[in-house]
Design a protein around this ligand. Structure first.
Ligand code: ATP
Ligand code: MG
Length: 755
């Protein structure tokens, strides 16, 4: 059997080039992931030991699918290939090696919630303003430092960083970072970024450990390389340093994680790092119809910053891309749900061929409601994970404590849940006692009588005894028996059982579900160690998709565009194509941010195989107020030759008056019924002209803009300032415009005249 027959000549050449550094830069749907899959199969087939192959993917789901494909070619051996996300692979390595860098093997992984909660405690202790030092902001700052391999010490001794923080009025960031690091260390915890950061530390400080893995992983492959950050880049470079059998695949046009530190420079550096690099280009898109590929090309052509690529499809021309306009987000949901039902009825197809993609998670609500009304089964991917639900996190916190009693966030979570008379003051005292005496939290808790007074000492002591009991049980029981014991004796099961509300019932069921999962784990035959500690190891890294009981269920998929990367569906709906939503309002500050939004749109469009449908609403509730919306500039950028407008008969909205202006909106004009000149008019020319500025309009200095002032906006017309917030370069004004209603504007960019 020629197992490489499924590749075209350029793909095949790339798959067969197994030795030396290889880079495949190619457009969406051109078979990059397929090449990696076949390449691995080829390696194993040629006799390379699967244990020597490391494949880094973007999601666990992608790794799972890839493994299955490889298994179908090379059989069960594929099980031994190291394959997974950066985080899961290096968490696994750190579990073995952590002691080299002073961490216990059973370290806890703090998820984002844990990290932010710890940051909030530190802010409280340092008595800092939690608006100025917003926990998410601080978290992102620390995350970005770590992803650039800047340690807390380096952060504090870097004059440039210090000067910047001080000039932004946030001079305490360095100290917060330092305390945060110390507290994680004391708690025996690593956050998500640490999994990469500490791997770098490990490889830097323990050359023999690095050496071991350099020899172990003789062949490395990285999918979606364009979205790796500096920390990931360096890990890969170090691991590949000896054998240099490294193959990365990516598409600069799909780089969508710059906000998380991903650096497109990594693709460009690659050529410098490996002078004898072999570069392969793939140009044929096998995924989508010609119309979709051409439309996608017309979008990305608007980005200045890109490597020029030719992408074409030899698939059928296909239907044109439909564009729907709705009055509101609810109507948009209805249109999409109806379209899915009709399409499915027509084609006799399945629901699983449909995906609805959106820019922000909040948009799923309207879609879900509409789908439910028509009884369309759906599943949300990448949404709040099962493991993020409160009751699940509570029980897992007990498990965490069982294996790592120093875990500060777990202690805070359950020391008084279910209630056992240990208040916040007592918890604070425990933290202070540990801090002052240089003890771990567990040393204080397990000797409560020595550090706390009478009544609280009693309650804390009883808690410690309970945790010790769990530790003893976990040592010599199966994962399931230990978990069941803990669920019962912690009081969680009883507490949830007592709550007879609908929510209470569903929480109880979720706990049952978790316990069922652990039971399944206990009964698995493909792993040797089946203790609760093993089950627990990667729980923090699991996503909703990993809890997917039935991945082949016939459901419509709902997800953000970010989580749709690498996936494909016969029919894709991209909803919410409105200015300030997509592109996001936050991206309008600079060309590079806008270009990232455009790449995101490119990713979304290129997920579609056969049919693509775009939609927007002319009004939408955001943050509790109804806003009028303008169609996204991205709609203007799409070459109209590939579009087909399909506007439903006009519905009369409840509040018809506020839509009086509707006729002039984007979709209503027949711009797309006649062939259009190739050069499209500028975006603004196609948008409704809400306002003609007063002759001689020139923007005022708005640095002293106050609530109550009357203003004129170049395009939105006259309005009144109802709120001003933010500071320095980031002042936002909420203005109620006579014609358009409420809008929030970033003053830096808003062309406003104070009247
Ligand atoms: P993305 O950039 O979106 O991650 P990609 O470049 O990784 O895309 P793949 O997902 O590997 O592309 O391939 C896209 C689709 O085209 C898949 O369904 C794949 O099986 C199919 N495909 C790729 N190459 C071929 C080929 N030579 N023959 C048939 N089908 C192919
Ligand atoms: Mg891919």
């Amino acid at each position: 059997m020629d197992y490489l027959a499924g590749l075209n000549p350029s793909q095949r050449a790339a798959a067969e080039q197994t030795e030396g550094p290889v880079m495949i830069v190619a457009g969406a749907g051109s078979g990059k992931t397929r090449v990696i899959t076949y390449r691995v199969a080829h390696l194993v087939h040629r006799g390379v030991d699967p244990f020597h192959i490391l494949v880094l993917t973007f999601t666990n789901k992608a790794a799972k699918e890839m493994r299955q494909r490889i298994m179908s070619v090379v059989g069960d051996e594929a099980k031994n290939i190291w394959m997974g996300t950066f985080h899961s692979v290096f968490a696994k390595i750190l579990r073995v090696e952590a002691e080299h860098i002073g961490y216990p093997r059973n370290f806890t992984i703090y998820d984002t919630d844990d990290s932010k909660s710890l940051i909030r405690s530190i802010l409280k202790e340092m008595q800092l303003d939690d608006k100025l030092y917003n926990a998410s902001f601080v978290y992102n700052r620390i995350s970005s430092a770590k992803n650039n391999l800047i340690s807390a010490q380096e952060y504090n001794s870097n004059e440039q960083i210090q000067a910047d923080d001080f000039s932004n009025g946030r001079g305490q960031l360095g100290q917060i970072y330092l305390t945060y690091t110390q507290r994680c260390y004391k708690a025996g915890a690593m956050d998500f970024d640490d999994l990469l950061f500490k791997t770098n530390v490990l490889f830097r400080e323990c050359p023999d450990v690095l050496h071991k893995y350099q020899h172990k992983f003789k062949y490395l492959m990285v999918d979606e390389y364009q979205d790796t950050n500096f920390s990931q880049y360096l890990i890969v470079r170090k691991l590949a340093a000896i054998n240099e059998n490294i193959c990365v695949v990516g598409d600069d046009a799909q780089s969508i994680y710059a906000f998380r530190g991903a650096n497109i420079q990594n693709i460009l550096n690659f050529e410098k790092d490996y002078p004898d690099l072999k570069v392969f280009k793939l140009e044929q898109n096998y995924r989508s119809t010609q119309n979709i590929v051409n439309a996608a090309n017309s979008i990305i052509a608007n980005n200045k910053n890109q490597l020029k690529k030719h992408v074409f499809s030899e698939n059928e021309t296909g239907d044109k891309i439909k564009v729907y306009r709705a009055f509101s987000d609810n109507e948009e949901g209805k249109i999409v749900a109806e379209a899915i039902t009709q399409e499915r009825a027509l084609t006799g197809g399945h629901y699983r061929g449909f995906a609805i993609l959106y820019r922000t998670n909040a948009q799923s609500r309207a879609m879900e409601e509409a789908l439910r009304k028509l009884n369309v089964p759906y599943k949300i991917y990448g949404g709040t994970s099962f493991y993020q639900r409160k009751e699940i996190k509570d029980l897992i916190a007990y498990f965490r404590l069982t294996f790592n009693p120093n875990d500060e966030e777990a202690i805070k979570r359950v020391i008084n849940y279910p209630r056992r008379g240990i208040g916040d003051t007592t918890v604070d005292r425990i933290l202070v006692a540990a801090d002052q005496r240089q003890l771990t939290l567990w040393e204080v808790i397990s000797n409560a009588a020595a550090y706390l007074d009478g009544r609280s000492a009693g309650a804390v002591g009883a808690f410690a005894t309970m945790v010790q009991g769990f530790q003893a049980i976990a040592k010599n029981h199966s994962a399931f028996d230990a978990a069941m014991h803990i669920a019962q004796h912690s009081g969680i099961l009883k507490d949830l059982y007592a709550d007879k509300s609908v929510e209470g019932l569903s929480r109880y069921e979720n706990i049952q579900e978790l316990l069922n999962g652990i039971k399944e784990f206990s009964e698995r035959e493909d792993i040797e160690e089946k203790g609760l500690d093993v089950f627990m190891q990667d729980v923090a890294l699991l996503t909703n998709d990993d809890n997917d009981k039935d991945p082949n269920a016939d459901t419509v998929s709902l997800m953000t565009i970010h989580s749709s990367k690498g996936l494909e569906f016969p029919h894709v709906f991209i909803v919410g194509l409105e200015e300030n939503l997509f592109p996001s309002q936050l991206s309008l500050n600079s060309r590079s941010e806008l270009e990232e939004e455009r790449r995101l749109f490119y990713v979304a469009v290129t997920r579609a195989e056969k049919k693509l449908t775009l939609s927007y609403a002319t009004s939408r509730y955001r943050w509790g107020t109804l806003n009028n919306c303008e169609p996204s500039r991205f709609l203007d950028e799409l070459n109209p030759a590939y579009l087909e407008l399909d506007f439903k008969p006009k519905m009369v909205p409840d509040n018809a008056a506020s839509f009086a202006d509707e006729r002039s909106s984007w979709g209503e004009r027949d711009v797309f019924t006649k062939p259009k000149p190739k050069v499209l008019p500028k975006t603004t020319a196609m948008l409704p002209k809400a306002h003609t500025p007063t002759p001689g309009f020139s923007p005022s200095d708005t640095s002293n803009l106050q609530v109550g002032m009357e203003v004129e906006h170049e395009r939105f017309g006259f309005g009144k300032v109802i709120n001003v917030e933010g500071s320095k370069n980031d002042i936002k004004a909420t203005i109620f415009f006579k014609e358009l209603g409420q809008k929030q504007l970033l003053l830096k960019f808003a062309k406003l005249r104070i009247v």
